[in-house]
Every structure is written in structure tokens, then in C-alpha cells.
Design a protein around this ligand. Structure first.
Ligand code: TYD
Ligand code: MG
Length: 407
């Protein structure tokens, strides 16, 4: 069978008409952008994210809007219809073409889809759905694969857009959305810090658009609101004029993400100097402090150092070295960095700033989030495309980078 459900045939590529993909737009511009311009009929979109991050909230709001353009069937396997209704009322979501269906059995769900003929189906979540023919437990790899394959078939044959929710699981007890990425058309991740209100929606894979798009939302009492000027959110958390802070453009998988690194350097009062790191590798921090001591003349051996990646993220790539060093130097000298500066670069033992991967994506992200200057490895900068109005300063050594950061 072909992808659109009809019998496949061989065609000359020159004779295939390449029409523009049709799109259904939602009134959430951030979502439309991440999708590549809107929802593609017959496409399958996976929305992954930590439990409690707001996936159901997002899809409930989106469903409410899509119901104005077609029939929506929202299948909930996690909450009762009453629970969802209560939330929908709070969000001001409701429409005649919006159907709720609390069910986990795929046979029943398929039957409903046949009867109702919806244009959009939401499956919340794929981990709660069950194929009666598959003997393994609900949420197991084979279950969620079969469920997804089934839904894919339904999407393609009936030209229904299907959204599936997949919880990201850290302990590996239940299969996560990763194993479904190759099956679906579009993979979006919804992420953010539970202790803060902002949420980022990223396209990790998109057969109908670019993958470096991101949408930023704020979780409010009345649901998710789009954030028009995202840089504000990222900068507002930073204390004006605070020392010991530097922003890094890190990569999470293949995705660039801007994170504030904080350092606190204080004289050791008793015994050996302490080095504590949250979200960063402690040994790496010790090494970077040794490099700062030897190559930038900072007397750090009798100083305690506390390092923290803001927002609780874990960073382990070498490209964050320069930002860690700058944050340490900033605290040590009691001099602030500019809030609109971001740093990238790996540090070598001789104090050289080494090139990093995916520099263009990182610069694009910095630009998108409103940063004005990026201090980056000189070696990275030949022949690359630099975003408009973003100043990129190439540096060869750590000493040079510190000079730029604090002049
Ligand atoms: P939810 O969409 O249920 O998360 P997921 O489906 O990804 O597990 O989001 C739950 C959280 O969102 C919950 O902690 C409460 C918060 N929330 C708000 O802050 N405002 C709102 O209007 C709603 C509906 C939820
Ligand atoms: Mg949910």
C-alpha cells in the first residue's frame, strides 16, 4: 500500500505534480510555525515531553481551535471525560464539533473513528492505548509501536491529522516517544522547567517543514499563551548586573538551547577548596578552573566554587566550557557579563578555544532569542552564515574571550 492508502504505482519523477502541501492553520502562530505553516491533513504529529509539562493543555487548546475548521475527536486514556471537560471549561474551550472519548482500547477507538469521520484525532497518550491482539503490557515497546502503526494507517487512508502524545520517561520502565520518531511525519517536543512558566515547543523532525523552528509559550492560569518576545523571558530571570552569570548556547541532542550558567566563587575558609556543580560535570569544572588559573592568571586554588546550570538542565558537551570559564571569572573578579552576550567554545589545556559542532544552528538560536553578541571559536567562523544583526566575535584563546567579555 502507498502512503496515501491507495495502491502504489510507479511514476516518472518529472511527471509528478508537486503541489504546495495544504495546511490548516490554528490561531496559535507559534504552533503553526513549528509545524511548518500549519497542520497538514493526513499527517501524524508526535508531541513528546515530560509528564505535567502541558501537552494535554496544549492539545486541548489546539483542538478547540481546530474544531472550527473540522471535526475533532479527542481520545483520552489518562483522564476522565469530566476531568477533561473541567479543564476545557477553565481554558474556555468548547465547540459542537469537538468530541471527547475516554477510551484506551484501539478496536473501540478505530470503530469510533469510522463512525464519527473526524478530521483531527488526538491520542492522549500513546502509552495508555492498547491493541487487544498484542499480548505485552500497556505502555510496552511493542504495544506503542502497534498502536502507532495502526493510527498511521488510519491517518493516511482517511486523510485525518493525528496528534499523539508521548510521555518522555527517564527510568525506561515505559517506552518513550523516541522509538516512534521514525514512524511519524512530525516530532515536536514540549519542554521547559517545571519551576518556571515558560515552555518551548520544538520540531525535532518534520517531513513538512524545517526542524530548527521553535515556539515559546507561557503557562498561565488560563492555559498556554504565546510569547511574542521570547528573549525577555530568558533574560528576565537573570538578575541585572549580577556577577557569576554567563549564557551558553548548548546543544541538547541536535537541538540548540540557551542556558544561563551561574558560578559563585568564594574564598575557602577551612580545609581543601570545594567544587560543587549542579547540572555540570564536577571534574570538568575542576579542569576548567585549573585552565583559568594557569592560562588566565586567576588565583582559584584557595577558592570554593559552586556551579549551576539554571533551570535544572544537565549539560555535558565540551562546547559549554567557555561559558563556564566566563561565569567563574565573572564571579571571581566580581564583574558582570553583558546580559545580551552568549558564549560557545570548548577549552583546551593550553587555553585555546576550540571549535564546536553545529555553529550555525547555535547562532540562529541565539539570534532568535534576542541575543546581540556571541563570543565563539574563531576556527568555527570561516564560510558560515551569520544571522543578520548578530555580532559574532571570534576568539582564539581564553584570555582573549575574557577580555571581550569584561571590557
Ligand atoms: P498537562 O497539560 O496536564 O501536562 P501533560 O499532559 O504534559 O502531562 O499540564 C499540567 C500542568 O499544567 C499542571 O501542573 C497545571 C498546569 N496548568 C496551568 O498552570 N494552567 C492551566 O490553565 C492548565 C490547564 C494547567
Ligand atoms: Mg496529559
Amino acid at each position: 500500500m502507498s502512503l496515501d492508502g491507495r495502491t502504489a504505482k510507479v511514476e516518472k519523477i518529472n511527471e509528478i505534480t508537486s503541489e504546495e502541501t495544504p495546511r490548516v492553520t490554528t490561531s496559535l502562530m507559534e504552533l503553526n510555525r513549528v509545524l511548518g505553516g500549519g497542520v497538514v491533513p493526513g499527517s501524524m504529529v508526535l508531541i513528546g515531553g515530560d509528564p505535567g509539562i502541558g501537552k494535554s493543555t496544549l492539545l486541548l487548546q489546539v483542538s478547540g481551535q481546530l474544531a472550527q475548521k473540522g471535526r475533532v475527536l479527542y481520545v483520552t486514556g489518562e483522564e476522565s471525560a469530566t476531568q477533561v471537560k473541567l479543564r476545557a471549561d477553565r481554558l474556555g474551550v468548547g465547540h459542537d464539533e469537538f468530541y471527547l472519548y475516554p477510551e484506551t482500547d484501539m478496536t473501540a477507538i478505530k470503530k469510533q473513528i469510522d463512525e464519527l469521520q473526524p478530521d483531527f484525532v488526538v491520542i492522549d497518550s500513546v502509552q495508555t492505548m492498547q491493541e487487544p491482539d498484542v499480548t505485552s503490557a500497556i505502555g510496552s515497546v511493542s504495544q506503542i509501536r502497534e498502536v502507532t502503526a495502526d493510527l498511521l494507517q488510519i491517518a493516511k487512508t482517511n486523510n485525518i491529522s493525528v496528534f499523539i502524545v508521548g510521555h518522555v520517561t527517564k527510568d525506561g520502565a515505559i517506552a518513550g516517544p523516541k522509538i516512534l520518531e521514525h514512524m511519524v511525519d512530525t516530532v515536536l517536543y514540549f519542554e521547559g522547567d517545571m519551576h518556571h512558566n515558560y515552555r518551548i515547543l520544538r520540531a525535532v523532525k518534520n517531513r513538512f517543514g524545517a526542524t530548527n523552528e521553535l515556539g515559546i509559550f507561557e503557562m498561565r492560569d488560563g492555559g498556554l499563551r504565546e510569547v511574542a518576545n521570547p528573549s525577555e523571558i530568558f533574560l528576565e530571570e537573570r538578575l541585572d548586573g549580577a556577577t557569576g552569570s554567563a549564557v551558553v548556547i548548548a546543544l541538547e541532542g541536535s537541538r540548540p538551547i540557551l542556558v544561563e550558567l551561574q558560578a559563585l566563587v568564594t574564598p575557602t575558609v577551612f580545609g581543601n577548596a570545594q567544587r560543587t556543580a549542579a547540572g555540570l560535570d564536577r571534574n570538568r569544572v575542576s579542569l576548567l578552573m585549573a585552565v583559568l588559573e594557569k592560562r588566565a592568571n586567576l588565583l582559584l586554588q584557595n577558592q570554593d566554587a559552586y556551579l549551576k546550570a539554571a533551570g535544572g538542565v544537565k549539560l555535558d558537551e565540551p562546547a559549554i566550557d567557555l561559558a563556564v570559564a566566563v561565569a567563574l571569572a565573572s564571579s571571581y573578579h566580581d564583574k558582570e557579563t553583558r546580559p545580551s552576550d552568549a558564549f560557545i567554545g570548548e577549552l583546551g589545556l593550553t587555553g585555546e578555544v576550540r571549535s564546536v559542532s553545529q555553529i550555525e544552528e547555535r547562532l540562529k538560536e541565539a539570534k532568535k532569542l534576542g541575543f546581540k553578541r556571541v563570543i565563539a571559536p574563531q576556527n568555527n567562523l570561516s564560510g558560515i552564515e551569520i544571522p543578520d544583526k548578530l555580532q559574532v566575535i571570534g576568539v582564539v584563546t581564553l584570555a582573549q574571550a575574557l577580555k571581550v567579555a569584561f571590557e
